[in-house]
Design a protein around this ligand. Sequence first.
Ligand code: NDP
Length: 510
Amino acid sequence: MTTQTRPDRAIAPASPARPIASWGLGDGQAIPWEYAPAPEARDLVKLKDRYGLFIGGREVAASDGAYFTSVDPATELPLAEVARGTAADMDRAVRAARGAFRRRWGRLPGKERAKYLYRIARILQERSREFAVLESMDSGKPIKESRDVDVPLAAAHFWYYAGWADKLEYAFPGRVARPLGVAGQVIPWNFPLLMLAWKIAPALAAGNTVVLKPASTTPLSALLFADVCRQANLPAGVVNIVPGPGEVGMSLVRHPDVDKVAFTGSTEIGRKIAAGVAGTDKALTLELGGKAANIVFEDAPLDQAIEGIVNGIYFNQGEVCCAGSRLLVQESIADPLIDRLKDRLATIRVGDPLDKNTDVGAINSRAQLEKITELVASGQAEGAEMYQPACNLPERGYFFRPTLFTNVAQSHRIAREEIFGPVLSVLTFRTPEEAVEKANNTPYGLSAGVWTEKGSRILAMVKRMKAGVVWANTFNRFDPTSPFGGYKESGYGREGGRHGLISYVRLEDR
Ligand code: NDP
């Protein structure tokens, strides 16, 4: 959607949640128009009142019988009750995983494991609408993202790793790849199903069994995945899913019978997890926070760059570890680029995640909304200039306007801290050297973007930037064949691609 309306002259919104658009008549007049609501059907999902833990192939209650409520962040209404796992439940799950590893999965030939993974991939595709709707209800992300990105990519990871299951000798030529045993996996709330797939698919392909703890605000797609495991006749205990609070995640990390720990989430909790496995022989991968620089040179294709900037920071409400949250723009084009960016922001549609036209949905939780609000207030207090497009937000739910800060100094908190929200900080540079210096001036090192028409400049920049992924003339693109991971405080280890298998195998000489 495009509009001629400049945000500072924007007409008042017609409906509470929508920016208004208009068709120019060519004579200075305009006909305002509005998208009709296009809600996806919620009844594609048969929500149960209560969900148990998934241990040993069965749905079971928590050891103390406790439940917690999963809430729809767009309405603040409860969706379902979920069994709240305990340390005793984690122990039960690890024992189930160990038993399945010893008796069955660890001995199964790769081509047999592959069949299960293919089956899971196919079922995810068959049930993709159901998964997409549930994911949007539980996490707040727009349906067009869960439908077009999260769920297809989750299935693609199972397809991809199914392909490796019987080819490990080619993945690691001259070596014998043995599974590690039981993998303990703790995942966040920003891509609940996709992070599950990133973790479970390579683990199973390599012959490990898993215990997974989903985030407390988004347990439902993992519990629906438990249903997929049953449907695929996956042997009992190969996948176990135990929702519960952070300390229950720590009991999984510290469990003596866990061989490998994989975590995605905040750097703060990542540090605790690293301390939790220190002194043991557990394998560990950490995928943590980021503060990515998206660098736009004066020769960049501006229209594409604007879309890349928008996708880089407003995709998934900015709740993305590799979000392009720092825009570094070459000084000579800063003014026109920022003007065009503001115009583009005015067309972003914030609102009901289940509406197919929504670009920015609900923030995942009240706590996250408060964190974003506090950091944005700090940006204003420290002297940066804030711009938000003229759009009202729904009365209920956790929503935040797409936000742009100019006059940002590198010392400002909004330029240093991971906001994990739809907030972009714009800085400028004059030379490539200055761009590299500013891009690397962060304790994180997860991702970056470069926009220029010169291939040689892309290569020169990529070499000098300390980031696990550097996108060139695009941003936030993912593929199961491509490794992903960070440097510095963004963690260590890689997920995706052949690299993603390495952390789930022990390599022995032939
Ligand atoms: P956390 O890092 O706390 O949560 C990630 C996962 O770790 C969740 O499953 C969480 O469980 C679990 N967890 C929490 N505490 C512990 C613990 N002591 N031991 C083991 N597992 C634990 O992220 P938050 O949800 O608190 O988000 C805070 C900030 O972290 C965000 O604002 C954002 O900046 C960053 N973040 C980064 C992510 C990334 O992908 N890099 C993803 C999510 C957040 P539970 O949900 O029950 O607390």
